[in-house]
Design a protein around this ligand. Structure first.
Ligand SMILES: Cc1cc2nc3c(=O)[nH]c(=O)nc-3n(C[C@H](O)[C@H](O)[C@H](O)COP(=O)(O)OP(=O)(O)OC[C@H]3O[C@@H](n4cnc5c(N)ncnc54)[C@H](O)[C@@H]3O)c2cc1C
Length: 527
């Protein structure tokens, strides 16, 4: 169905969709090459970036090395990381932290002025740079937004909700977005030399998630609908310790609390992690998340007990977590914090190469919406902001070298914010119930039926289609992977295959899997 366009905006250089760390950093690295950063939310407080707590991994501490960082990344990825990408990212990490310092991010420092580094789960060294304890995301996003505002080559356009990529002869030449002009809803076509998607993850497609509502997989959905290859969509990471106080998004008890020595206990104070993994509470995220999930399914309540490890220092060391606990009437210095796993991070995404290029001409993808091969089946803590920085810089370099700017005229309207329709509740419930921490063929087939029903009921509303397509890619990837690995656990295929194989699929492939879920022998056996 052709879209009725009310307005055409010509942009001069790159059009970046998303104003989290990936989008803003890429725009700054592009300068003086012109860039428009378009987002439905306000730059500086946008996306998951502004909520990140732990910090950014980089081997800047004494005695640490990029080789050790790369090795930890590969070990966490359960056989699916691309070791060359892990090496590239770990090697470039310290330089990207220096960039952030230059852009005005004020990381915590030691008395001698060197960067203070913390330790997080599955890292073999202290290598997480942080800000005011747990405010890394808020501070870095603010610094980048301030800097982009002062950068003449960057234009920030807030309040636009993108719904579809614009294609000409198979090449991406811009995108369609909705915006409100006073009370009037308009559809605009933004034309650009190239489009860089920086739309974040898809956690908000799940009912229990740490992600804000704008991270609902729309960038991935748009790219898939345009024919782009999607990589590893089945791998969703669940944060083990969201604070279980019935809030959406669920506030987070950062991993760093376990790094400090906090322990997981049940309602009678029984510690259960040492019996499950030699690293106990510092085991990889998927192991900890599934252990908590199973305790809860078995009827227990689970708590993060920080009384011994952090105690009276809590408010100063972890102000964000402290505030979330206090709002819920919990004093974490003297009371254990109730926790549960929540959808947190998408390892999969738009397949992107070392320059951030997708499989479609004219389209780049950076940050959480991209899959570069860094995270494999399970992301190492604090590697995601880093991936956004490393590939943001690389995509910028590639665009500057290879994309021409255009001469443009016309004016940009000053919009009022367009409020996109929320994620359908039925979709969030289906994803949490059937595509969560433990999956099986029957549940995944049921998720596909729910997605189909939601799509039909919603007509061909593009924003809804972006979400259902993103969800369908996750389900199809999960159905096709008949093994358990990293963040993907199939209770009907609990073993891990001896040969690790990454998933690369288009929407056409996912549709074929969705059309014949009974191809799975476990479903055939159940009928
Ligand atoms: C609570 C929490 C804590 C975390 N802690 C850490 C941490 O300590 N370290 C770490 O490395 N990672 C952490 N992560 C993960 C990390 O924050 C994210 O992976 C990262 O911020 C993603 O950045 P991004 O720029 O790719 O996307 P985001 O920051 O999510 O930004 C996405 C942007 O795209 C825009 N957008 C999306 N769709 C549309 C559309 N259709 N139209 C217009 N605009 C659109 C959004 O408005 C937003 O501006 C955490 C995540 C969460 C939720």
């Amino acid at each position: 169905m052709a879209l009725q366009v009310d307005n055409i905006i010509e942009t001069k250089g790159a059009l970046i969709l998303g104003a989290g760390v990936a989008g803003l950093f890429t725009a700054l690295k592009l300068a003086p090459f012109p860039a428009v950063v378009l987002a439905d939310t306000r730059p500086g407080v946008s996306g998951s970036s502004a909520r990140a707590q732990g910090g950014i991994a980089a081997s800047v501490g004494q005695g640490d090395s990029w080789q050790s960082h790369a090795a930890d990344t590969v070990a966490a990825g359960a056989g699916l990381c691309d070791p060359a990408i892990a090496a590239l990212v770990a090697r470039e990490a310290p330089a990207r932290i220096e960039d952030l310092v230059r852009y005005g991010a004020s990381f915590d420092r030691r008395a001698d002025g060197s960067l203070a580094v913390g330790r997080e789960a599955a890292h073999s060294a202290a290598r997480i740079v942080h800000v005011s304890g747990d405010r890394a995301g808020a501070e870095v996003t603010r610094a980048l937004a301030d800097r982009t505002q002062e950068t003449p080559s960057v234009t920030l356009m807030e309040g636009f909700h993108a719904i579809e990529l614009a294609l000409r002869d198979g090449r991406v030449v811009g995108l369609f977005a909705r915006v409100c002009d006073g009370p009037v809803r308009r559809l605009v076509l933004l034309r650009a030399s190239c489009v860089i998607l920086a739309t974040g993850g898809l956690g908000a497609l799940y009912a229990v998630s740490t992600n804000p509502p704008e991270t609902r997989g729309e960038g991935l959905g748009m790219a898939a609908r345009a024919g782009a290859v999607i990589a590893d969509p089945e791998f969703v990471q669940f944060h083990p310790t969201a604070i279980a106080v019935d809030r959406d998004p669920a506030p987070l008890a950062t991993e760093a609390l376990r790094g400090e020595g906090s322990i997981l206990v049940d309602e009678v104070g029984r510690r259960f992690m040492p019996a499950i993994h030699p690293l106990a509470e510092l085991a990889p995220r998927d192991v900890v998340a599934r252990a908590i999930h199973r305790e809860i399914v078995a009827g227990h309540r689970v708590f993060l007990d920080c009384r011994q490890a952090v105690g009276a220092a809590f408010a100063r060391a972890f102000p964000t977590v402290h505030a979330a606990c206090r709002e819920a009437g919990i004093d974490p210095a003297v009371q254990p914090i109730p926790v549960a796993p929540a959808a947190h991070y998408h390892m999969g995404g738009i397949a992107a190469d070392t320059r951030g290029r997708s499989s479609l001409e004219g389209l780049w993808a950076v940050g959480e919406c991209a899959a570069t091969g860094l995270h494999g089946a399970n992301r190492l803590a604090s590697n995601s902001l880093l991936e956004a920085l490393v590939f943001g810089a690389r995509a910028a370099e590639d665009v500057r070298a290879n994309v021409a700017t255009r001469t443009v005229g016309g004016t940009v309207p000053a919009p009022t914010r367009y409020a996109a329709p929320p994620v359908p509740r039925a979709l969030r419930e289906a994803m949490t119930r059937h595509v969560g921490l433990e999956r099986d063929a029957l549940g995944l087939a049921e998720a596909l039926r729910s997605i189909d029903r939601i799509e039909r009921a919603g007509g061909h509303e593009p924003s809804l289609l972006n979400m259902t397509v993103a969800a369908k890619m996750v389900v199809a990837g999960a159905l096709a992977r008949r093994e358990s690995r990293g963040g993907h656990y199939r209770s009907d295929y609990p073993r891990t295959d001896s040969v690790p194989v990454r998933t690369f699929m288009t929407l056409a492939d996912a549709d074929r899997i969705a059309a014949a879920p009974t191809a799975d022998p476990k479903i055939r056996a159940a009928h």
